[in-house]
Design a protein around this ligand. Structure first.
Ligand code: ADP
Ligand code: MG
Length: 426
């Protein structure tokens, strides 16, 4: 369905048409009308399915109709990371090209002087990360009592990062009359609980993945014997002629640095991206990656969240993620904007446990592949016996007896041993 039929203002339709959007995505189709009706909405849909526009477009539509801009923000969008906040800001700029709307972004790592200057001007939309927002609010630099809409984006990640107490304080400072919207890539009991706390009679929209994983992403795994074998396989994938840009995920910041250094010295345009880098350095790296000046980005989970680069053809899990949700977030970096992507996982014997968690969480058996000449020894692929039941027997021997539903993800999460609110060690 086109955006026009959703009843959006012509100025907005014009901007999104110019952005190359012809059809609304499923989450946009379902969420936009509800948000336009002023309902509280709890929406979950996979990463890369267009959730930003699903809340930004109806919000802009509402703002476009009102003529009297106030001084304080009418719309507050809270995002867990700086990268994501910047990305939301970019989307707003793009969609609001033909509207007179002022948006301001405040995140950690920005200078207070600049923020104070930005905040002293009239503004309609404030996009912020929780810590800095609360900080500025407590300093009396931001008034939140006139908010009409508040959005919690990536609610699952906020929960994981332990932001809920901050969100609670922020929420208490906002107008009780406001419309609350919550967006998340995953949905489980803990998300439902937060929604219950902040949303009034919400409309719940859950878009289930079209396939297990992602329709545009081909997932495969390669068993590796050891570090040397892993390195050889990695080189094989990087040398792939089909590769345009790639993100390689490592489990630690140190591994990211070491690997980026190695690749750099073998003449591949590479950079590392992780949480130990200054905000300036991170933004610079992401921008260079966007401009395709960097071919291979070696990143940790947290730092890479929200990276939206259309040319990413390969996501390589050099180390498997410890938390199954991160697997979904990682592979969601490719296959963007309807392009095809490849998600490759290199699985060493010690990664077996993580692989099981991922497969349980996604309810998916990732296809095992080998590269001719780089096959694993029998030892490395041996416990695969346990994985019998894949192929034609798939489904008849369910990996997860309960039949996976969103609800079960909570259990999967519990099994993974991470408590809600416990931060990631990126
Ligand atoms: P999510 O928040 O669900 O992870 P995003 O909002 O970041 O997804 O969108 C992912 C990508 O899809 C972005 O590049 C965005 O520009 C693009 N996109 C969003 N909606 C559409 C659409 N209707 N048609 C084409 N591309 C879209
Ligand atoms: Mg998003």
């Amino acid at each position: 369905m086109s955006f026009q039929t959703l009843g959006l203002e012509p100025a907005i339709v014009k901007a999104i048409t110019e952005a190359g959007y012809t059809e609304a995505t499923p989450i946009q189709l379902k969420a936009i009308p509800e948000v336009m009706l002023g309902k509280h909405v709890l929406a979950s849909a996979q990463t890369g399915t267009g959730k930003t526009a699903a809340f930004v477009l109806p919000i802009l539509n509402q703002l476009a109709k009102e003529k009297n801009p106030g001084r304080g923000p009418r719309v507050l969008i809270v995002s867990p990371t700086r990268e994501l906040a910047n990305q939301i800001t970019d989307s707003i700029k793009k969609y609001a090209r033909y509207l007179q709307i002022n948006s301001v972004t405040v995140t950690g790592g920005m200078s207070y002087n600049l923020q104070n200057k930005l905040l002293s001007k009239p503004l309609d939309i404030l996009i912020a990360t929780p810590g800095r927002l609360l900080d500025l609010f407590q300093q009396g630099k931001i008034k939140l009592k006139d908010t009409q809409v508040m959005v919690l984006d990536e609610a699952d990640r906020m929960l994981d990062m332990g932001f809920i107490p901050d969100i609670r304080k922020i929420y208490n400072a906002t107008s009780k009359q406001q419309q609350m919207l919550m967006f998340s890539a995953t949905f489980d009991d803990s998300i439902a609980k937060i929604a219950h706390e902040f949303l009034k009679e919400p409309i719940t929209i859950a878009i289930k993945p079209e396939t297990k994983g992602h329709i545009n992403i081909q997932q495969s795994l390669y068993f590796v014997d050891n570090q040397i074998h892993k390195q050889k396989l990695l080189n094989h994938f990087i040398a792939d002629a089909e590769m345009d840009q790639a993100i390689i995920f490592t489990s630690t910041k140190r591994n990211a640095d070491v690997l980026a250094d190695q690749l750099y010295h073998s003449d591949i345009k590479t950079a590392a991206l992780h949480g130990d880098m200054s905000q300036g350095a991170r933004t610079k790296t992401i921008n260079r990656f966007k401009r395709n000046e960097i071919k291979v980005l070696v990143a940790t989970d947290l730092a890479s969240r929200g990276i939206d680069v259309k040319n990413i053809t390969h996501v390589i899990n050099y180390d498997l993620p410890r938390f199954a949700e991160d697997y979904i977030h990682r592979i969601g970096r490719t296959g963007r904007a309807n392009k095809k992507g490849l998600a490759v996982s290199l699985v060493s014997p010690t990664d077996r446990e993580f692989l099981r968690k991922i497969e349980r969480f996604t309810d998916l058996r990732i296809e095992i592949k080998t590269v001719p000449g780089l096959e694993p020894t029998k030892m490395a692929s041996e416990p695969a016996a346990k994985r019998k039941g894949r192929g034609e027997n798939r489904g008849s021997k369910p990996f997860n007896k309960s039949g996976k539903t969103f609800k079960n993800q909570t259990n999967a999460k519990k099994r993974m041993g991470r408590k809600a609110g416990q931060p990631f060690a990126a």
